[in-house]
Design a protein around this ligand. Structure first.
Ligand SMILES: Nc1nc2c(c(=O)[nH]1)N=C([C@H](O)[C@H](O)COP(=O)(O)OP(=O)(O)OP(=O)(O)O)CN2
Ligand SMILES: [Zn+2]
Length: 138
């Protein structure tokens, strides 16, 4: 089991959601070596959200809603076809930021309580992962 890096904050609540999705991608540049060819991964994502207030259900954010958001967008797709990767390849780094921005935009529009996505961990292979944290914490 992976031990996650922890973002520092002073919010009262912190939520973490793990999920997996399957997708294909390629990095269209010879410098990427074998990754220039289309290949697949079971991506593992860890989403960290924090806030001081819960909604009327007692949720910071619904775990299921977070999973659905990511699965609907990326599961069983070729990531290179996604509009977010029109100008930059779908690497672990770029995908982690895209997922962060999607989650932040979702909670801003759908959650009445003020919550923030503090960190995305994106694990592409058993030996490779990235951590994305937005600059400002609040
Ligand atoms: N900084 C990055 N480097 C690489 C990325 C990336 O997203 N960011 N991606 C790839 C490939 O897509 C590849 O799927 C993953 O590479 P790698 O970790 O080298 O995979 P291996 O299974 O071959 O690694 P082992 O060291 O044999 O476990 C490449 N680089
Ligand atoms: Zn890959």
């Amino acid at each position: 089991m992976m031990i996650y890096p922890i973002p520092s904050h002073d919010y009262e609540y912190e939520l973490n959601k793990d999920l997996n999705f399957s997708a294909a991608h390629h990095i269209p540049d010879a410098r990427a070596g074998k990754c220039e060819r289309v290949h697949g991964h079971t991506y593992h994502v860890n989403i960290t959200i924090a806030g001081d207030a819960l909604d009327d259900l007692g949720f910071l954010v619904n775990f299921s809603a977070l999973k659905k958001l990511i699965m609907d967008e990326f599961d069983h797709r070729l990531l290179n076809d996604h509009e977010a990767f029109r100008d930059i390849p779908p690497t672990s780094e770029t995908l982690a930021k895209v997922i962060h921005d999607m989650v932040q935009s979702y909670i801003k529009t759908e959650q009445p309580n003020e919550v923030k996505c503090l960190q995305i961990i994106l694990k592409e292979t058993p030996t490779s992962y990235v951590v994305y944290r937005p600059k400002e914490k609040r």
